[in-house]
Each structure stands twice: as structure tokens, then as C-alpha cells.
Design a protein around this ligand. Sequence first.
Ligand code: C2E
Ligand code: CA
Ligand code: CA
Length: 738
Amino acid sequence: MAPVKAIYNVAVRAASTAVAALVLEGFMTLPVGIVRMDHPLLWVQMIVAAESNMLVNLIAIAAIMTAVQGWMGNGKFLQSVWQSSAVCLVNSILGLVALLALRTSSWAVVCLGVLALLVGGGYRGYRRSLQQHRSLTELYDFTQAAAQAREAGNLADVLLVRARKLLSAEYATLWLPGSRRHPEVMLTARIEDKGLSDRPVTPNLLRSKAIAGDQTVVVGPRVGDPALRAQLAEHGKKDAIVVPLRSGTAVIGTLEVVNRVGEMSSFESHQVRLLETLAAHVAVAVENSRLVDRLRFDAYHDSLTGLPNRRRMTAMLEEAVKVSAPDVVAVLLFDVDGMRDVNESMGHQAGDKLLAEVSQRLRDLAPPAALVARVGGDKFAVTLRAESAAEAVELAGKLRAALQEPMRLGTLNLDVDTAVGLALHPEHGSEPEVLLRRADLAVHAAKQTNSHIQQFHLALESGSTRRIGLAGDLRRALDAGELEVYFQPKVALSDRRLVGVECLSRWEHPVHGSVSPQDFIAVAEHTGQLGRLTEVVLREGLRRCREWADEGRPLSVAVNLSPRTLVDPDFPSQVGELLAEYGVPAERLTLEITEDGMVAGPDRPMPTLHRLHDLGVRLSVDDFGTGYSSLSYLRRLPVHEVKVDRMFVQGMATDPGDLAIVRAVVDLSRHFGLSVVAEGVESELTLALLEEMGCDIGQGFFFSRALPYERLETWFAAQTVTEEVGVGGSVRRLRAVP
Ligand code: C2E
Ligand code: CA
Ligand code: CA
């Protein structure tokens, strides 16, 4: 103890003892000489003396605390007086009982000893369970607060202040190393300080030890590595716990607490465990917020050139056309010629370099207020305000000329030619999609011209009448039952069992050949045939589902919904009727809805989603990762399943970024109790990675493409091996290598 503290304590003890003695004397009613231990009045006196002793001690402590920290408040003071008096009363009575017992026989000491041991043991157990209970409630509060803070964007503040309090530490620090996308985070909450500081508190040696060993490092006056202890002492700190934050198998940072409050106390093992639990929650929260950032960035940017992508361009155009001004908004669309040749003859890397160079030149030469974006494989768009159409055409010429300067690729000089198409607001429309589509039509026309620059005009649009023709054909095809449904297997990764199929529609057009679903679904959407199309697929799916169940081989079926279907208030009841008609239990039907479809519009699809959920059908978030909603948001929707978009799954074997995203989605989904389907599994390696990270279900060409019913049956027969389980039972599993 510091000398001043020791002196103060001795003085307080002396004072309190003196007061107790005075009380005893002042109340003395029996002459000192004839004190009789068995007289109740004396007992009362002794108890009062002990209570006043306690009171003096308490007042002295309260006084010193008031001097240092300010008055604790009447309520709190009275509460501690009340508690201490109660404890003092119990102790005094115990003391008296012991004294009385000892006066009867000195053997009583044995009984008293045993009693003391038992009571001591019971008290320790009580204390421990009390502590556990408190830790649990505090942990619960902590996770609640973390979830709320993530929404509010003050995650670090809340986490650190809470963690510091929970562990009664002077400091709590969160450290996350910097990376390409994220700056380094070094934040510390300190007792009595408002806000966080960015000063490091823990010696680096401790932190690096925790990270290198991937384990918690505890250092205190009597625990831990002597070298680390010395380091800590050098920093003027007495004890510390450093816990690595883990995401999957990687360490992404540390959570640290330093200096347990109270001079004589140090961190205990249950606190180490508590901090480790907190760290697990913190890691999830950090990963979640980073994942959202990352997805948000990816959602709006092209990964190769770092330029804004089509989505960003559309959003930006939407804003630009809202501003009413005398000038025009021009969309200049650049199509780089011969990209395919470069890719084929020189490899994709060369092609990528070329695109990066094109984006650099456009960025350098476009006016500062223009937005340059990559809107397609070899298509770039520049959007800007111009005084007139002529000014926009002039800029197009200038930029095109700059792109024609030879480009160096390694040792080669390459001449690149580009065509430019222009569309202008307000002349050519005011919807971003329309403007971009018309610029695209203009680009195609530009290739036929000498200048390679073309403004949009209405005659260019006649080519897109194909779609209008398709609408009639589609109606006929639906009437004649020519629309087919193919089935693609969904396989449980843990035991390679076929668990279900996704129904995908197929249309073989008598003249154009097979039309891609994206195309004819767009046509259906625009010509009011979507409802029929969905019904055809649902009926076929449910029919087969029933057949499989009747054959003793129940499989679940998944059907895709367009966002528009969710706006239809009759849809849920229609699903209910179809389920009844085919006698299929609701939970065997999964409806896949894209991420954007779930969140589009201010709460519009929600009632439908809830009604579908109430029917008991499973809801799945399709193409997760391509939109920009966060998993914690989706968790609030009534969904059961997340399908990681095939773009990430296809990339995960080669691109660490994609791998990290898939891993984070899998981890988080499990955390939220959602099951995860990886679609687009094309290779053995991808499959192995997914299995290792605990993904539930896989779907992709590695198992099978979407197949017509009969071929699915053949596929299934060829793939399965029957394994005996137990007596007389057997299961059918897919072969390990399809
Ligand atoms: P989706 O829901 O993401 O469906 C999966 C798509 O990925 C299918 O393309 C499937 O053939 C393809 N796929 C599956 N595994 C792999 C793989 O390992 N590698 C690659 N590269 N691709 C794989 P598909 O059949 O062309 O369907 C495209 C989209 O059209 C679907 O995307 C879905 O959004 C939509 N669609 C298809 N049928 C329907 C339907 O009946 N109704 C509605 N509303 N949409 C449908
Ligand atoms: Ca789907
Ligand atoms: Ca999908």
C-alpha cells in the first residue's frame, strides 16, 4: 500500500475502534465488574458498538471517495449503509453465539470450525453462481447493444465502453490492422474519459504474442511470461488481457483490457473467459460491418478498373435528370473494339491491362464534373452536363482520339479503336435505363459510320421490335405448354445427399432457338404474362414433388419468383391452393427471391413475404451479395435460407476476396440461424472449400446442370450408391466424385 493510504487506514481503524469503545462505555448499564455474558442487554450493547464501528468506517470511505470522485448520491449511500448494517448484524450475532458456545465448553471450537467451513464453502458457491448469472445477463446486454450500434454506426464506442465496464478495467482497446480497403483501427476507451482515444496502451510485444500464437495472453503481477510482465511494468501498467479476434481461421485484430480497477485486485480467470466470449461477438460484429462495407463497395464498383459500375451510373443519372436546367445531360457510351481478339490472342491478362489503360485515359481526360463508369465488359460510359448536343459530340471526338493513341502492352504497341454512342436528356428520355439502352443502340450504329460517333435517333429502335414479337410467341408457347421446366440438384454437403431441386424454366423458340430465361422472363414481366409463367413452373414443380414423395423419395423443390410477383396480393393464397391441390406439405416448397426483390420499395413486398411465411413455405434470398443489403437486415425478414451468388462461389477458388466474402456469409448465416446454399459450384476445389467452412448445401455444374425430368432420374440412378445402415435399413448417397 502507498504510505499515505496505510496511514489513513490506520487512522480510520483507530477512530472506529474508539467510537465502538465509547458506545460500549456510554451505554454501560451494568457495573463493569459484574459483566455477565448471558445478559441480553450486554448483547445489544455489543451489537450497537459493532454497528457504530462499521458506520465510522463507511463514512470515512465515503468521504475519501467524495473527495476523489464526487458524491455517490444519497440513494447509493443509504443502500450501502443498509447492506453493511445487515452484514454487521449477522456477523455480530454469529460472534456472540460463538462466544457463548465457547463459554460452555472449549470443545465447542470443533463444532464452530466445521460450521465455518461449511458456511464458507456454501458462500463461495453462491458467489460463483451469482457471478455467472451476472456475466450472462451482461453478455446478453452486450450483444444487444452491439447489434443496435451496428445500425447506428457507433460500434466501436459502444463495444469498448461496455467491454471496459464489464471487466472493470481502466482501459479497453480494439485493434484492427489496416488493409487495402480499411484503415488501421486503434481505439481505446479509458475510465472517466468521454469518447475514445487512438493512443495504444498495451505494449506491442503482448499484442504480437497474442496474434502470432493465436491465443489469449494474460499478464499480471503474478501471472504470465516474465518478459511480458517486464514490458507491461515499463509501460506503468499492472495487468492486461489480450484476446485475438478471429474470423474463420484468420486473426483479424485484438481486443484488449488493461489495469483491473482496484489496487489490490487483478484479472481473474472467469474474466479471461468473459473477454474471450466478448471477443467472439466483437469479431462477428466487425466482420459484419466490414462485409457490408465491402459488399456496398463491390455493388457500386467494377473490380478490375475500380471505376463506378453500371448500377452506380444509373443511380447517378437518376439524380442528374432530376435537376431542371437549360443544359443537357449527355451519356457517352464507348465500346472498345476488338477486345475479344486481344483476349484470345494475348490472354486475359493483356485484355485486363488494356481495359485498365482505357479507364485511366478516360478518367484523365474527361472534365472533372463528369462521371466515368464501366458499364459492361468492354463498355465505358461518361456522363456529364453539357450546354448543347454539339458540345457533347465534340467531347466524344476528343476522348475517342485520346483512346486511339497507341497503347503499350509489354513490348507491343496496340491500336485500339472505339465507337461512341450518345444519348441526351431530355431529348432521348429521362429514365437512366432508357438513356443507357439508347446510347447502346447508338453505339451499334456508330460502328457502321465513318466517324464512329453516333447520336441516338428513333429509327435505331426498330431493331428491338424482336421483343415485341417474342411476347406473342411466348403467349402461344404458354398456351401450348411448350415452356419446359428443368431441375437442377441441390446437394447437402455434409453427407452428399440429394435434398432437393431448383426448377428453372426453359423455352425452345421454333425460330430463334433457345431463349435465355432472363430474356423471356423480362418479356413476360412487361407483357403481363408473369403470373402464368410462375404458375406453370409452380405446378410442374409441385407435381414432380408429389411424385417423388409417392415413390418414397421426398425431395424439396425451389421455384424462382420475380420481384413483381411479391407485389401481387393474391399470390400467397394461390400458392396455398396449389399446395393443397397437389398435396405437398408447405415446407417442401422453397421460393427463391433475389436480395433486391426482398428489399425493393418501402416495405411493399413485406406483407406478401409474411403471408408466404405463415403458409409454411421456405423463403430463400437468391443471388445474395449482388445487392447491398446486410445480413443483419435480412435476418429481420422471414427468410430461412441464403443463396450466395454464383459470382462469388465461382471466384472463391482463385480470388481471396471472393473466398472471404463466401466465408463471412457462411459464418454470419449460421450465426443468425439461416441455412446457406452455394450456387455455381463448378470444381472439386470449390466444393472442398465450401465443405471446410461448413456450408450446408451446394448446387452447380459440378453436380449437374439443370436437367429435364427423365434425365434427372437417370442422373440420380447413376450417381447414387446404396449404403447399408443398421439392420435392414439403407441410404442412398451421391458418389463422392460425380
Ligand atoms: P438463378 O435463380 O440464379 O438460377 C441459377 C442459374 O445459374 C441458372 O441459370 C443455372 O443454370 C445457373 N447455374 C447453375 N449452376 C451453375 C454453375 O455451376 N455454373 C454456372 N455458370 N451457372 C450455373 P438459368 O437457368 O439460365 O437461369 C437464369 C436466371 O433466370 C435464374 O437465375 C433465375 O433468376 C431466372 N429464372 C429461371 N427460371 C425462372 C422462373 O421460372 N421464374 C423466374 N421468375 N425466374 C426464373
Ligand atoms: Ca434461383
Ligand atoms: Ca441465384
